[in-house]
Design a binder for this molecule. Structure first.
Ligand code: TXA
Ligand code: MG
Length: 345
């Protein structure tokens, strides 16, 4: 299959491209499209055969449920049971945007989407291209990130092309995504709110509306709440060691660890920041996430930086750790998942 890329303006996308993509969705095909978080691989969530194609193209395990994307509240009410007051408050405050909420699902949603769960995770994306595509197709669109399973999520159309070229018919390219990391997934179906996946909207952001939500952590030998959580995600192909500690300590520690590797003839990379970049040994391959004074930028650049490091043919990558609150908790969540080893303080 030949994969066609269509470039569009992110704010005023060419309608002909949207109609073409919507026709593919309605006919049971998959389409890669931009959202404000990452690029998604979309299919009609009410069509089993279409949803199957997502799992096939990505090589994704079928027990990992998908997020469904809607363009308005009428579409939401077609697919979920009546939301509670807290959910409605969150919806009116944060939708459209990078917040995914878990609801009790209605029959129409394919069981493949939810991996047999009685619930479905839904969000209303704010990206004009995503909204236009959902609206034009008239279908709630199931869409995981448009990467091969286990690879960093795509924040640019080139990333999608690299992973899925030849496997999908169409990619809509609207340039780099705004947040660069997947949406926050929140479950309010229990007694208190649980953040199943930290994202652009932080626990601190949610607190005024729902109180401080618990961050979900999987205990050893425990059954995961969301099936997908058991998988190691976002991994670069190169081995990555995440080094935690105070910012000064970290640089010294990485320089020391890297020195030993360089002496063995290894090619070593460092995932660092603008502020620390100049303090690493010249023989190291440095990639900066951006400035520590713009923490959302660090998150936005993460997946692209991981892919950049991966393409440098290194033997080993060291990544700097960050304090785990606010948006940096989201960054650390992804760094921990990408790392093959974590060195705590
Ligand atoms: O930002 C995003 O959310 C991106 C873009 C494309 O919108 N989409 C995305 O979708 O990341 P996906 O399908 O990869 O996210 C699936 C994750 C699962 O691994 C699980 O953590 C959670 O969403 N999830 C899905 N359905 C669930 C359910 N019924 N109950 C609990 N968690 C669920
Ligand atoms: Mg994903």
């Amino acid at each position: 299959m030949q994969t066609k890329i269509f470039k569009v303006d992110p704010i005023e996308p060419d309608r002909r491209v949207i109609v073409r993509a919507a026709n593919l969705i309605r006919s049971g095909e998959v389409v890669a499209f931009p959202t404000e978080t990452v690029y998604g691989l979309g299919a009609d969530s009410t069509n089993d055969r279409a949803v199957e194609k997502i799992f096939t193209a990505k090589g994704r395990p079928s027990d990992n449920p998908l997020i469904v994307h809607v363009s308005d509240l009428r579409m939401l009410s077609r697919i979920v049971e009546r939301p509670g007051k807290k959910e409605l408050d969150l919806i009116s405050y944060y939708w459209p945007g990078p917040l995914t909420i878990v609801f009790r699902k209605k029959e129409v949603i394919s069981d493949l989407v939810t991996a047999g769960l009685p619930t479905v995770a839904v969000r209303m994306p704010s990206h004009p291209v995503a909204l236009a595509l959902i609206k034009e197709s008239g279908r709630p669109i199931a869409a995981p990130s448009a990467n091969l399973s286990g690879r960093p999520s795509p924040t640019r159309a080139e990333h999608v092309m690299k992973d899925l070229s030849g496997k999908i018919p169409m990619i809509i390219d609207a340039g780099p995504t705004e947040f660069g990391v997947e949406s926050t997934v929140l479950d309010l179906t229990g007694e208190y709110g649980v953040i199943l996946r930290p994202g652009p909207i932080t626990a601190e952001d949610l607190a005024p509306l729902i109180g401080m939500a618990k961050m979900y952590r999987l205990g050893k030998g425990e059954r995961p709440l969301a099936p997908g959580m058991k998988y190691r995600h976002y991994a670069p192909n190169t081995k990555m060691v995440l080094v935690c500690g105070g910012p000064n300590g970290i640089v010294d520690k990485i320089n020391r660890l890297a020195e030993a590797e360089v002496r063995k003839g290894k090619r070593v990379g460092v995932l660092c920041t603008d502020e620390t970049k100049g303090r690493y040994d010249e023989r190291l391959n440095k990639v900066s996430l951006g400035s520590r004074f713009s923490p959302y930028m660090l998150v936005r650049n993460l997946y692209h930086s991981l892919r950049t490091l991966d393409d440098m043919n290194l033997d080993l990558i060291f990544a700097e750790g960050f304090p785990e609150d606010g948006i940096l908790a989201t960054l650390m969540n992804r760094l921990r998942k990408a790392a093959s080893k974590v060195m705590e303080e």
